[in-house]
Write a protein of this length. Sequence first.
Length: 433
Amino acid sequence: MKIAVIGTGYVGLVSGACFSEFGHTVTCVDKDISKIARIHRGVMPIYEPGLEDLVARNCKAERLFFTTDLKEAMKGAQAVFIAVGTPSRRGDGHADLQYVYAAVEELAAYIEDYTVIVTKSTVPVGTGAEIKKRLSALVDDSIFGVASNPEFLREGAAIEDFMRPDRVVVGVDCDKAQAVMQELYRPLFLSETPIVFTGRETAELSKYAANAFLATKISFINEIADMCEKVGADVQMVAKAIGLDNRIGGKFLHAGPGFGGSCFPKDTRALAKSAEAAGAPLRIVNAVIEVNENRKLAMADKVLTACSDDLKGKKIAVLGLTFKPNTDDMRESPSLDIIPALQAKGADIHAFDPKGMDEAENLLTDVTFHEDPYATLEGAEAVVIITEWNQFRALDFERMKDLMNNPVIVDLRNIYAGVDMAALGFTYSGIGR
Ligand code: UGA
């Protein structure tokens, strides 16, 4: 089957490459000429494990193409995926759909035979219906269908998540569109992946409900972590104890500095806004957002306490800047709130991240970046672990201690065991222990 994907961001690029790996012929289109030129040279716009090889292999097999020409991309395509950005609208938290609707209005001119227009970007309930309305004003109803096919992949594990998903959700309002989507996902039918066909509104809302539920688990365990600290309990053991109950499940119960990234913060805000507009406010989701926002700042206080309530002129080493490991993505990373809060208290920040420093340089000011963790630690009064990159798990602790002015560790991801650190001579504080 021939398909087109509009937008070569995280979702568009990964989906396009994976659909071509299924054997479909995919053309990815983006307005950004330099981005497409870089991809043609084999340079990926994002860091995602395995992506470069996947793209190279499928380009070579002539199943995957990149262009800036939408007309060319849509020639013969039976499905067109919209995978453009849906950022938070400045000021009000609603999802900004201008790029989605701009794509819809542009693609209308190139629909020839029956084509399914599919939203892959996370879009609020009702967007599919609005797309249908806008397209109907421009082209005959009989030559297009509109489907919602939200993507559930995680950054850092995107290819695995796409190729072996827990489920695929497809929202359609006619059999013809369903048949096209069924054919597209046939390789997954064969591997017995559950494919949930449903109405468009249900599919749209399922995506937000999934992200909001996962975010709820995180804010919940983060509040339990705070309580653990007050009463002498251990949040990791609490998470284990409750997670063994199949009804709860052990995943997404790692306490930390709060969730970040391009999805949870934006999607919880957008869901809360559309629920309010629909007259069905989601009080739990509002609380999840509030807990998460306060949490990032509370992390700076944790560092202050570890440094005897005085950070003035003190050198603080920060390891990890991205919102999670295995990505170069800095969007809404807790580090972007924690570091300025430490600077406001007078700290001199030295930082290292394996993949995020290029982007971090544009987003943080007055931070000294280093090329390796040890250079970051030299003369530091404390080290703060913000992101749990694997390479931080097994540092040379003796060398760390020698380099630091004070052997203080504030471990916001609980990657070390407090007792081990104490035995090594560090003053250690983790989360919820
Ligand atoms: C998230 C969802 O996991 C995907 O299913 C979804 O497709 C994606 O959003 C999206 O909507 O596009 P992602 O943002 O890549 O994926 O990252 P996650 O692994 O979910 O982590 C999000 C944040 O939660 C990170 O800041 C992470 O550190 C934090 N987190 C996660 C915790 O603090 N504790 C946990 O137990 C798990």
